[in-house]
Design a protein around this ligand. Structure first.
Ligand code: AMP
Length: 573
């Protein structure tokens, strides 16, 4: 390593040490900066009367949900001046994955958002390169996608966060840095047809297989989807490589031109090699088999994404799986400072320079306790409240986090669950965390029958009396793609294990007859792709897509119901 890069690594490390050692001071001056900038917005003036004092803020500014600020945001969306909500210009809106009354939320953004995103992308890779050697000369095969940007009536762009980033000049003119070195040309990322984009990503990844040191996607569900897409399309990809000719259905011109250059001359040797690997009966370890120099996978595998860990481990032969950051459309939060820890042990260290963070104590009974970032207590559960540079003040994120430790004076949090996701038939409350735990137990039953759960979602069916929980499961054979026959005994056992693993209030109401037998509906392979396509037509993004853990939309239910192959119920109560 050169002296120069050694020095800049040291400087980066020092920056992280300073940030995490001066949390209180940085947070206080950030709040002062935000309040001074925004004191005269229409939203804040009502509470602060032009003041910018921390105590005034704490006493007067209410905790807000999206519904509370929605009308203010919509006025700016529809053309009123940005100073309704923000002291500095709003440059666009981010469509967050949260919904408000069935519509996607519009989160205002400005340049500070982009700076924070840049900060997170950069420093999380600094942390990773401290733990893994030899990354600077390799490439990343990273499944990044873009969606078409909309324009608001006020003429501002509205898109999901990743699209706004990849379309920004900063990305276009980015500095050379290993983290930004991809196998796919930018034209593939920018192509708004996600099928063409995914196909081209994989083709470029295979051609440059010997250079790949990192595999990545924002969320692990996207990686699993990319591998199953490859399972369906590898023969065509091999044919393209064998004859040096790209499939005709890749019609996006920039994508076509840039990928054709990478494809180059016919390469029958590579095609033979890939065919040999892909033709093997099992796809266990396919990632290191096809990309032998891969050192790690960078993709969020915490929270709801944890369900995909076993499938990804199967494909990756347990390569290190790094959940590197906790981010949202509202703000960036923090970085995993111990990237090689087990996926189950991940915590994120909050960075005090990103937004002003407060924490609402969860399950505090009648108490309404809000504390600053430096005052959270080890072991307690909190919901973060965000005050950012673009008009959100004490904004309830809806995520539930647990304090697991401190990095210098910066608290570290484990992502526990989305706070507002609750299944309930009677008076019980089943959180997404409860459901994920229960499904994880049932997966062990599947495992012993050589089946893999590719994806699942749930639904509360109250058309029956009593109502009952329905789980939609998409299965796949571990060593054989098609499942000839589903063993009734195994699936009924899975239903029983899920019920046994749910919380006590569920079990009491179930025994008392207020909740009906839990049902698993097995759906055809490809159903969850169809569900994703459905949500994408409704505005979701491929890069940030997360299968909803519970389905509320009747249209989405139709997509699932059309593909149900078999139904199973618990039989032990
Ligand atoms: P979006 O605004 O659409 O990007 O979604 C942001 C939400 O994704 C957060 O509020 C979390 O619920 C979830 N999320 C983001 N990062 C993580 C993470 N590292 N672990 C678990 N969930 C995450």
């Amino acid at each position: 390593m050169s002296l120069c890069s050694n020095l800049s690594d040291k400087l980066d490390e020092k920056i992280l040490e300073d940030l995490t050692s001066n949390v209180k001071q940085i947070q206080d001056s950030l709040l002062e900066e935000i309040l001074t900038l925004n004191a005269n917005t229409e939203y804040l003036r009502r509470f602060l009367h032009g003041g910018s004092d921390k105590e005034l803020f704490k006493n007067n500014v209410p905790v807000a949900t999206y519904e509370d600020v929605k009308l203010f945001i919509e006025r700016v969306v529809n053309g009123e001046s940005f100073d309704v909500i923000s002291g500095i210009p709003i440059t666009g809106f981010l469509l967050s994955s949260g919904t408000s009354g069935g519509k996607r939320k519009m989160v205002p953004r400005n340049n500070k958002y982009l700076e924070n995103l840049k900060f997170i992308y950069y420093y999380r890779s600094i942390v990773i390169s401290k733990h893994i050697d030899g990354l600077k000369h390799g490439k990343g095969m990273v499944f990044n996608f873009c969606k078409q940007e909309n324009t608001t009536p006020s003429g501002l762009p509205a898109s999901v966060a990743t699209t706004s980033f990849f379309k920004n000049d900063y990305f276009k003119n980015r500095q050379p840095f290993w983290h930004w070195s991809y196998t796919s040309p930018d034209e593939v990322i920018l192509c708004s047809d996600n099928n063409q984009s995914l196909y081209c990503h994989l083709l470029c990844d295979i051609i440059q297989r010997d250079e790949v040191v990192k595999v990545g996607a924002a969320f692990v569900s996207i990686l699993v989807r990319a591998i199953t897409f490859l399972e369906k399309n590898w023969k065509e990809i091999c044919a393209n490589i064998r004859f040096g000719r790209l499939s005709e259905w890749i019609t996006d011109i920039s994508c076509r031109d840039s990928v054709s250059k990478i494809l180059g001359e016919p390469n029958p040797e590579l095609a033979d090699l890939i065919e040999k690997e892909c033709n093997k009966k099992s796809w266990e370890g396919i990632i290191p088999r096809l990309w032998p120099k891969t050192k790690f996978i960078e993709s969020i595998a915490t929270g709801q994404m944890a369900q995909h860990i076993p499938t990804l481990e199967f494909y990756s032969n347990k390569l290190p799986l790094i959940s590197s950051s906790y981010v949202s459309s509202e703000t960036m939060f923090g970085i995993n400072m111990n990237p090689l820890c087990k996926p189950q042990d991940v915590s994120y260290t909050f960075m005090p320079n990103l937004s002003y963070f407060e924490f609402l104590l969860v399950d505090a009974g009648d108490k309404f306790e809000i504390v600053d970032l430096v005052d959270v207590k080890l072991g307690c559960l909190y919901e973060p409240l965000v005050t950012n540079h673009s008009g959100l003040h004490r904004y309830k994120m809806g995520d539930i986090l647990e304090v697991t430790g401190f990095y210098n004076s910066a608290p570290q949090f484990r992502f526990v669950r989305r706070g507002n996701l609750v299944l309930s038939v009677h008076l019980e409350k089943t959180t997404d965390e409860d459901l994920l735990n229960a499904v994880t137990h049932a997966k062990m039953v599947l495992e012993s029958s050589n089946l893999m759960l590719m994806d699942f979602t749930s639904y509360v069916d109250i058309s029956t009396t009593p109502g009952h929980y329905v789980l939609y499961w998409e299965l796949k054979g571990k060593y054989n793609n098609d499942i000839a026959e589903i063993d009734n005994k195994v699936l009924v056992n899975c239903c029983n294990v899920v019920e046994d693993s749910l919380n006590n209030s569920y079990k009491e109401y179930r025994r008392g007859g207020s909740i009906g037998a839990l049902e698993i509906r097995v759906v055809q392979q490809g159903t969850f792709d169809a569900l994703m396509e459905f949500f994408i037509t409704q505005g979701a993004s491929s890069t940030q897509y997360k299968t909803p853990i519970c389905i509320k939309s009747p249209e989405a239910l139709v997509v699932l119901e059309e593909k149900v192959q078999a139904r199973f119920f618990t039989d032990n109560i």
